[in-house]
Ligand binder design. Structure first.
Ligand code: FAD
Length: 263
């Protein structure tokens, strides 16, 4: 089975701070991690390879330091790593990102399955998986939490719904976006990490020319949306904590609710 896994390097959100003047993310000194959902995508891909043979390729689009994410993926058992990194890719919205990823997948050649995380914890749109599937013209199943059956030319998977799940039969090649419930990601193996860093085994870095795209179609120039303004929402509601003897607190709560005309 030839599997491509899409991974994004994201800031570790517990450390994220917003510059109050510019409203932009302060990235300096912030640790980067593989997007949590993508660890489950890698685990799914590597487990399928172990069961059915074939190979796994990890593809990431990002700045040069995103090579660390690809290296970690190789430490988890991915066979080949590709980083899409070019100044021309900077400022991409989700449309330009998925177009670029789609073009890189086309350059990789034939595949059976593309696996992505459901959502990135920074951009948070959950648009990339569905858009990449659309660019490639292949079926997609989102929110996958179980891969039940793998056949020569089909998959049966379960996708999480708010009130249950759907069981879907899907032809291959296909794209899945996966959620954390799917599996428990393994830790990278030191030996595999060292192999990924060895001379001759370097992760491939591809630029716009390598994937045959015009610079006008990628990055900021290829983006259909543009950010006009970013701001932190102002909280209008006030919180008052009531503490003490439960009976007295209930009385005080009722008084507050009446005073504010809620009851
Ligand atoms: C108008 C606009 C302008 C933007 N400008 C910038 C900018 O200047 N600089 C900037 O850094 N970002 C910018 N972004 C954010 C950037 O477009 C998104 O981070 C990116 O498109 C991915 O979307 P997402 O984070 O919502 O991913 P989601 O759709 O939530 O991610 C789902 C899955 O897709 C895959 N995936 C997502 N992104 C990648 C990736 N890069 N490589 C490989 N796999 C991936 C992963 O498997 C991930 O789990 C901009 C966004 C918009 C809307």
């Amino acid at each position: 089975m030839e599997i491509i896994v899409l991974i994004k390097q994201v800031p570790d959100t517990t450390d994220v701070k917003i510059d109050p003047k510019t409203g932009t993310l302060i990235r300096e000194g912030v640790e980067s991690i593989i997007n949590p959902d993508d660890l489950h995508a890698i685990e799914a891909a590597v487990s399928l390879k172990e069961r059915f043979g074939g190979s796994v390729t990890a593809v990431s689009m990002g700045p040069p330091q995103a090579i660390d994410a690809v290296t970690e993926a190789m430490g988890m058992g991915v066979d080949r790593g590709v980083l899409l990194s070019d100044q021309a890719f900077a400022g991409a919205d989700t449309w330009a990102t998925s177009y670029t990823l789609g073009k890189a997948i086309e350059r990789l050649g034939s595949f059976d399955l593309v696996i992505c995380g459901r959502q990135a914890i920074d951009g948070d749109t959950a648009q990339i998986g569905p858009q990449v599937a659309d660019h490639l013209g292949i079926p997609q199943v989102t929110y996958v939490f179980e891969i039940e059956e793998v056949g020569e030319r089909h998959l049966i998977v379960k996708r999480r719904m708010e009130d249950g799940y759907e069981r879907i039969r899907c032809s291959l090649p296909a794209l899945l976006t996966v959620i954390g419930e799917l599996n428990e990601p393994r830790y990278p193996v030191v030996g595999a990490l060292l192999d990924a860093c060895k001379e001759g085994a370097q992760i491939e870095v591809w630029n716009a020319a390598d994937i045959g795209v015009q610079t006008s179609d990628v990055g900021l120039s290829g983006s259909l949306t543009h950010v006009i303004k970013t701001f932190s929402p102002k909280f209008k509601r006030k919180t008052k904590m009531l503490e003490g003897d439960p009976k007295a607190v209930v009385t005080e709560l009722l008084d507050e609710l009446k005073k504010n005309k809620i009851i």
